[in-house]
Design a binder for this molecule. Structure first.
Ligand code: HEC
Ligand code: HEC
Ligand code: HEC
Ligand code: HEC
Length: 392
């Protein structure tokens, strides 16, 4: 209990530093991640879209919306059962380092593990109903007023899409007006369905890691200022009031839904920019990715954790029955405040994953059952662990 109180005080002082937390990991290479998936034996038990082992669930076919924290929680919760299976199958202990965990997340990310798959038929219908087909060709049918969209298939990341639709938005709007086509908006899963359709109809074969993955929150903060978003939006306590404050919104948006939201709000934003003589900024996909990461860190999305709640989670889940926190003596595992591998959520994910193979050092009578952790709790826990790292 003393440890918890002590940690709470520390966290209070560190809460603002924790806002600047980075997302995921320094490297996010899905191709490398697919190799990790093979080399670390995941593929012996898990298929991806039908190819691979059948002992665990097919990771390409899970339909629920996912965040990084859902994944971290799923891995933690399944760890003892996975570890048992591994032992009985004689699969080597597949430990992960931070880079491997980050790459693995990137790989799963590109498999739509995080964004549920769209519906091809609904997408085909929408492509007609929203009149995209009047101006765009896909798989050989459609108009030629706008560019052919076949190439979108290899860039099927929501963030890439958000950036492209933003950059081309003003010109598209002008052409639509000249053709008397109302500017479409997207709700629910419409944009995702459209893109799934484009991917299925396009003859272009995806090659190489062209996906745009979540960026770096620190860089996103800079982009947010440079592109003058901050003149209309405040986030983390400073900025203009023309548009909504983007911090602490806790909206439960997938990245594809974020892409829709940006598109839907574009006309209002363009008007606001025009009347203030702010030039419409062009956003490179990696800049959009950094903005998304930044918005994660200021809790525009629901996924950000609360380090204060994270202390309570660490206590409730028994972390503190093995780990010391700031120098207490007599604990069987290392001091969390001195842990080396807390630089990113991916590093923390790697450290947690490795617990499946730790010999529980506690005496038999003190061993509680493996504590399940929910996605929200995981977000709080990661925020807490990251706040420890920032202590000088
Ligand atoms: C020895 C077999 C085995 C290996 C090796 C294995 N898993 Fe699993 N995994 C399972 C089983 C079985 C489950 C389901 C457990 C359950 O339902 O409680 C599972 C569940 C999961 C889930 C949760 C799925 C969900 O419901 O969202 C994820 C994610 C996952 N594994 C990822 C991995 C990754 C990544 C690796 C490699 C680092 C890996 N697994 C290695 C057997 C394995
Ligand atoms: C009235 C014609 C018109 C309609 C309708 C239209 N677009 Fe466009 N679109 C364009 C034009 C013109 C461009 C190129 C704009 C530019 O050069 O900046 C474009 C560009 C794009 C781009 C960027 C392409 C690239 O190569 O990066 C995407 C993505 C896109 N449109 C998707 C859509 C979708 C999805 C729909 C339907 C919801 C749609 N468009 C409806 C005219 C249209
Ligand atoms: C000139 C003012 C202005 C600038 C600059 C601006 N926005 Fe906006 N933004 C708005 C307004 C106004 C709205 C609300 C539109 C509405 O709700 O109809 C908005 C809405 C949004 C929303 C949706 C908010 C929600 O949850 O409903 C997001 C996300 C957003 N802007 C992001 C950005 C980003 C990122 C930038 C910089 C690239 C930016 N904005 C630049 C004025 C601006
Ligand atoms: C059964 C005892 C036990 C429990 C319970 C436990 N750990 Fe650990 N943990 C260990 C051991 C042993 C290590 C290996 C290195 C060490 O001694 O710190 C470790 C390593 C770590 C590391 C990496 C340390 C570093 O220096 O890189 C982190 C982070 C961590 N644990 C966090 C947690 C969290 C968060 C929880 C609660 C969800 C938890 N642990 C629960 C025993 C435990």
């Amino acid at each position: 209990m003393r440890a918890v109180l002590l940690a709470l005080c520390l966290v209070g002082a560190l809460a603002s530093a924790a806002l600047a937390q980075t997302l995921f990991s320094p490297t996010q290479d899905p191709l490398a991640g697919s190799r990790v998936f093979g080399a670390r034996g995941c593929v012996k038990c898990h298929a991806v879209n039908g190819v691979g082992g059948k002992i665990g669930p097919d990771l390409g076919k899970l339909q629920r919306p996912r965040s990084f924290y859902d994944l971290a929680a799923a891995l933690w919760n399944h760890a003892p059962r996975m570890a048992d299976r591994m032992r009985s199958l004689g699969i080597q202990r597949p430990t992960l380092d931070a880079r491997e965990a980050g790459d693995l997340v990137a790989f799963l990310f590109t498999l739509d593990y995080f964004d549920p798959r769209g519906d091809v038929d609904a997408g085909r219908r929408l492509f007609g109903e929203k009149r995209c087909i009047v101006c765009h060709q896909v798989g050989g049918t459609g108009g030629v007023v706008g560019p052919n969209l076949d190439a979108l298939r290899q860039y099927a990341s929501p963030i890439y899409l958000a950036a492209q639709m933003w950059n081309h938005g003003p010109r598209m709007a002008t052409v639509m007006k000249s053709k008397n086509i109302p500017r479409p908006t997207f709700k629910d899963s419409e944009l995702r369905d459209l893109i799934t359709y484009v991917g299925s109809a396009s003859p272009v074969i995806a090659q190489g890691p062209l996906y745009v993955l979540p960026g770096v929150a620190g860089r996103g903060r800079t982009v947010f200022a440079q592109k003058r978003c901050i003149e209309c939006h405040s986030a983390a306590g400073q900025g203009g009031e023309v548009g909504p404050d983007l911090a602490e919104r806790s909206i439960n948006l997938s990245q594809m839904q974020f892409a829709s939201a940006m598109w839907n709000k574009t006309p209002a934003m363009l008007d606001a920019m025009r009347s203030r003589a702010i030039p419409v900024p062009q956003l490179q996909p990696d800049e959009m990715a950094d903005i998304v990461a930044y918005l994660y860190s200021v809790r525009y999305f629901a996924a950000g954790g609360d380090p204060k709640k994270g202390v309570a989670v660490a206590n409730a889940k028994g972390c503190l029955s093995c780990h010391a926190l700031r120098g207490e003596r007599g604990k069987p595992a290392g001091d969390l405040a001195a842990a080396k591998n807390l630089e990113s959520p991916a590093a923390i994910l790697a450290a947690l994953w490795d617990h499946s193979f730790i010999q529980d050092p506690r005496p038999a009578r003190a061993k509680p059952p493996w504590a399940e952790i929910g996605a929200d709790e995981m977000a709080d826990l990661v925020a807490f662990l990251q706040s420890l790292r920032r202590e000088p």
